[in-house]
Design a protein around this ligand. Structure first.
Ligand code: GTP
Length: 595
């Protein structure tokens, strides 16, 4: 065990974690140069296209240091605030962390929040000043920021460039020298923590774990403590570039198990694996339950695909423990699921993964946060969809979730950031100058005002020089109302929203205007109305038109006609017929695009 090191890489988004991980894999010859591709660990297409890490990835490296062989288990983690849940899970499996800071950007909001997560688990922190090759690198200034934050010595900071391959051997040496080897007793009862899982269509469900005590052998009879289910370990192994089977995985190490698990719900990330015959009295402290921040309905475009969608969601959940859902029905859309997401990016990713990995075409409805609704008869109910809102006469008061937001920016943007937060019903709590031109601002803000487009707005007004991190602080009373949308006099539940009364009129008006732009013209006129209770507050009309694409084709070029028809069909894919009106996906997201 003394030659094992388990570490993760934590950083603010885009500070270069994945690139640095590539260099470590190359340097330790875990990957041969010819097999190398950029951001190797970001193996989902989506991650590559967007250039972001969504999932944590574990990989094992061998490293020869001063004549001794070491096994290094690296866990790459995502940087975006939506995925901090993945970070907290990776951290629980490690003894140390590389804290990467971009030398041209300096410390940002998630540098701090991820660092606190790591310190909370007593990880040894190795600070790495990255991207020193950039002309804009502010080596001294950012080093000072790191020293201030960590209280470390200047020579403990490793200067590196993932791009140019600078500082890689220093980082590896520091991992061996500074990060403690895992503790634990290989002879004790088996105690392993599940920190990830995935579904592989050939091999079934693979569970990734870290062994704290004991060892797990191929053929062992094991038990997952929380679910109580028992399995035989058909295969255990380590995570190299591919999965490599081993006879056993011992205390301190990271590995995978394949054991005939049938259903996604049998695996709970944070659960403990132990032996049936000799169970551990120690349950690894699991993780906090995920707190979804945004809720939305997901519906199949084809109503007949509901069961298929359920199976796909179950499989996806296995690979994304932060996704929560339950069945719901909508008068407009039929059977679907109410899902909880960590944020809007997470929601987008889920929708895209359902489409790409499971070939499902889905509609997601207007996102909402979860409100606490206190009824006059004393009881409290949680509502995360406008359709769940009781009749106003039954409501005593409603509370909405508030967050504490930490914004770090250049001082010249402070004025506009404060103005933006005030407009979002925020209350400024604190303002600290980190250096002469970097400021940390704290606000209390309603979650519903920031989950949607706040971050984009913040980036725009600060020209990209602001970073945001937030945590839930509780619920506060707010004057929320339900804004209904009607198409040709019929309420479309999937389009309504819960909004603050002060903003309701303005929203209703702009929402109707936006919907007028987004709803395709049809053979008849469509009246779009916004209402609060019985009161209509806005109205727009989509004029009738016969949209005949074939009218453009003179003559009889049949192949051209077919192409046009196919194009039209494709364009229609993400649409749902509600009553006699066709609603495209964009319309459900219209509330998010109000300027
Ligand atoms: P997330 O996983 O999404 O949080 O990002 P990340 O921290 O893994 O960053 P990634 O490695 O994807 O790098 C972000 C960008 O910075 C990419 O465009 C890289 O090419 C670039 N980059 C990474 N390391 C360096 C470096 O050392 N020098 C320079 N100049 N650019 C770098």
């Amino acid at each position: 065990m003394e030659n094992i090191r388990n570490f993760c890489i934590i950083a603010h988004i885009d500070h270069g974690k994945s690139t640095l991980a590539d260099r470590l894999l190359e340097f330790t010859q875990t990957v041969q140069k010819r097999d190398m591709q950029a951001q190797l660990l970001d193996d989902m297409d989506l991650e590559r296209e967007r250039g972001i890490t969504i999932k944590s990835h574990a990989i094992q490296m061998d490293y020869l240091y001063q004549g001794k062989k070491y096994v290094l288990n690296l866990i790459d983690t995502p940087g975006h605030v939506d995925f901090s849940y993945e970070v907290s899970r990776s951290i629980a499996a490690c003894e140390g962390a590389l804290l990467i800071v971009d030398a041209a950007q300096g410390i940002e909001a998630q540098t701090i929040s991820n660092l606190y997560l790591a310190l909370g688990q007593d990880l040894e922190i190795i600070p790495v000043l990255n991207k020193i090759d950039l002309p804009g690198a502010m080596i001294e200034e950012v080093s000072d920021q790191i020293i201030d934050l960590l209280g470390c010595k200047p020579d403990e900071i490793i200067h590196a460039s993932g791009k140019e391959g600078i500082g890689i051997s220093d980082i590896l040496a520091a991992i061996v020298e500074r990060i403690p080897s895992p503790e634990g007793n290989p002879e004790a009862e088996l105690q392993a923590l599940i920190f990830d899982s995935s579904f592989n269509s050939f091999r079934g469900i693979e569970v990734i774990f870290r062994v704290f005590n004991g060892r797990i052998r191929k053929g062992d009879k094991v038990k997952f403590v929380a679910t109580g289910k028992q399995y035989e370990a058909d295969e255990v192994g380590v995570l190299r570039l591919d999965k490599e089977p081993r006879e056993f995985i011992g205390a301190g190490d990271v590995g995978y198990i394949i054991s005939g698990i049938k259903e996604a719900k049998e695996v709970k990330v944070g659960d403990t694996i132990t032996h049936v015959a000799r169970p551990t009295p120690l349950i690894v402290k699991g993780f906090e339950d995920v707190k979804p921040m945004v809720f939305a309905g997901i519906y199949p475009v084809e109503t007949s695909e509901f069961e298929e969608l359920r199976a796909s969601m179950e499989k996806l959940q296995l690979n994304d423990a932060s996704l929560v859902w339950e069945p719901e029905t909508s008068a407009a859309l039929g059977f679907g699921f109410r899902c909880g997401f960590l944020g809007m990016l997470h929601m987008e990713i889920v929708q895209e993964r359902l489409e790409r990995e499971f070939d499902m075409t889905v509609i997601t409805t207007v996102p909402s946060v979860q409100f606490h609704c206190y009824l006059t008869r004393g009881e409290m109910i949680k509502i995360s969809a406008p359709s769940e809102m009781p009749d106003p006469s039954l409501i005593d008061h409603i509370e909405e979730p508030f967050i504490k937001a930490q914004i770090i920016s250049k001082s010249e943007y402070v004025g506009s950031i404060i103005a933006l937060c005030m407009d979002k019903r925020g209350i400024i709590k604190n303002q600290i100058y980190l250096t002469s031109d970097r400021v940390e601002l704290s606000f209390d803000l309603p979650l519903s005002e920031i989950v949607f487009d706040f971050f984009d707005k913040l980036k725009t007004i600060s020209r990209g020089y602001a970073s945001l991190d937030y945590e839930l602080i509780g619920f506060r009373e707010s004057n929320m109302v339900k804004l209904d949308i009607m198409l040709n006099g019929e309420k479309v539940d999937a389009l309504s929203a819960i909004v603050h009364r002060d903003k309701a009129y303005d929203w209703g008006k702009r929402l109707c205007e936006k919907l007028r732009e987004l709803l395709p013209r049809q053979m008849f006129e469509i009246a779009i109305q916004a209402a609060i209770g019985q009161k209509i507050i806005a109205r727009e009309t989509v004029k009738a038109m016969r949209k005949n694409v074939l009218a453009k084709c003179y003559g009889g070029d049949i192949s051209r006609k077919r192409k046009l028809l196919e194009k039209q069909k494709k364009g229609k894919k993400r649409m749902r017929q509600v009553g006699n009106v066709e609603i495209p996906q964009e319309a459900f997201m219209a509330v998010l695009k109000l300027e």
